[in-house]
Design a protein around this ligand. Structure first.
Ligand SMILES: C[S@@+](CC[C@H](N)C(=O)[O-])C[C@H]1O[C@@H](n2cnc3c(N)ncnc32)[C@H](O)[C@@H]1O
Length: 257
């Protein structure tokens, strides 16, 4: 592919040639493919299109939101402990959503990658005090993407904390759910519906979509039952759509017991 060849050609130069060449490359190709997340993921080098197939799902879910003045928060800026690496996906979101404010959090200090419309904060996704500071700075969030530690307990803790702060039509995305099966990350490959694993937890929310049909008279709906309108499971990723889940039931009264 010509674009990828050009990118590795630029990467092979020394920094003082590479930096301006890369800015020029991103400006040109980024604007040519600004509506196409699959191409943007490759251009910005996020790994959301090559090592994973996430970009096409993002395209499908986010295309209609593209021109909205959104607030997007991504957990995991990238580059881990390397201060020179990170921020690729944040720059990709900034390009795709031209009116969005993009926020990133990372346990390592990535604040040097902040720029216009990109704000980065340092802290852990499993620290509620830090997350409280983050939401107080951002206000209601339209999109959360969890591409952080992928430790099952962190994924669930961040979701339970942040989901109530999502805008009423917001979307919460979790990447790399393969760790749900990996013991090192708190996953389990034997008990596939274990509530402490990412997949086990989110599978358990599926019945909540139909909570109005549950005929048992002592059933009490939870906040999540009432505020999730769809859950999409893909290979290694989940999209949770927020909304008012209150269409009413034609049948429940007849079957109550
Ligand atoms: C896979 S990388 C993110 C890649 C980036 N989102 C992209 O697509 O270009 C994961 C990042 O999560 C960060 N991370 C790991 N544990 C974390 C935690 N507990 N809280 C926040 N960030 C964490 C790592 O430092 C790393 O930079």
């Amino acid at each position: 592919m010509l674009i990828e060849k050009l990118k590795s050609y630029i990467d092979s130069y020394c920094p003082w040639v590479r930096r301006p060449a890369k800015i020029f490359y991103l400006a040109i190709w980024g604007s040519v493919f600004s509506r196409n997340l699959v191409r943007l993921a490759g251009i910005y080098g996020t790994g959301k299109a090559d090592t994973h197939y996430y970009a096409s799902h993002y395209q499908q879910h986010f295309a209609e939101k593209r021109l909205q003045p959104l607030k997007l928060l991504e957990i995991g800026v990238g580059g881990y402990g390397d201060p020179l690496q990170g921020g690729s996906s944040l720059r990709m979101w900034k390009r795709f959503f031209p009116k969005a404010e993009v926020f990133g959090i990372d346990v390592h200090d990535k604040t040097a990658f902040s720029e216009s419309r990109i704000t980065i904060m340092q802290g852990s996704q499993n620290d509620s005090d830090f997350l409280r500071e983050v939401v107080s700075q951002i206000g209601p969030i339209d999109i959360v993407i969890d591409d952080g530690s992928h430790i099952n307990s962190d994924v669930l803790k961040s979701f339970e904390f942040l989901f109530p702060y999502l805008d009423e039509n917001g979307t919460y995305v979790i990447e790399d759910t393969q760790t749900s099966y990996w013991p090192k990350y708190g996953g389990d490959s034997y008990i596939l519906s274990k509530p402490s694993t990412t997949m086990g937890y989110f599978k358990s929310l599926v019945d909540g979509l139909n909570y109005e049909e549950i005929a048992r008279s002592n059933f009490t709906a939870s906040y999540l039952d009432m505020h999730i309108t769809s859950i999409h499971f893909y290979h290694n990723m989940i999209f949770i759509q927020k909304g008012l889940n209150k269409e009413g039931s034609k049948y429940a009264l007849k079957h109550k017991y």
